[in-house]
Ligand binder design. Structure first.
Ligand SMILES: [Cu+2]
Length: 153
């Protein structure tokens, strides 16, 4: 009488390893690396919030820098902000705390194309609610913040 127990347990072990490797490769990794799926109105909101960079903003005595200084957007409605540089000098919109949006990357015009030249715009879509303080890299006295709030409508 031949004992098959050894052979059967080896085959069982091989099958178990193959199944767990398959799970890891075809189920776990694709789920873990998938980007979050967000509603279309969050990715491309119907309205924009506008901020203008004031003329003379490079001077600390100017009094006006980012206008308005505090901008509020509603997620899924107006969570996209457009800054227009109406000054004669280049400026940036740069996160104070290194914020990186999961979809749109660094909240920093420097990392999204560079300094905003006179007459040009910079836009950024925030895809989650939160407070986003920012400043101008060459002119640290220029400070502003964006707040994105929940849509309770
Ligand atoms: Cu500036």
């Amino acid at each position: 009488m031949v004992n098959h127990a050894g052979g059967i347990s080896i085959i069982t072990f091989i099958i178990a390893v193959a199944v767990s490797m398959g799970y890891y490769q075809f189920v776990y990794i694709p789920q873990a690396s998938a980007k979050p799926t967000l509603p279309e109105e969050v990715l491309n909101p119907p309205e924009v919030s506008e901020v203008s960079i004031a003329e003379g903003a490079s001077l600390p005595t100017n009094g006006q820098f980012y206008v308005p200084k505090e901008t509020r957007g509603v997620i899924g409605v107006s969570n996209k902000v457009v800054w227009t540089n109406t000054d004669v000098t280049g400026h940036t919109v740069t996160t104070d705390d290194g914020y990186v949006d999961k979809i749109n990357g660094d909240f920093d015009s420097l990392k999204q194309g560079g300094i905003i030249p006179p007459g040009e715009t910079f836009e950024f879509t925030f895809t989650e609610v939160g407070e986003y303080p920012y400043h101008c890299e060459p002119h640290p006295h220029m400070q502003g913040s964006v707040e994105i709030v929940e849509n309770f409508a």
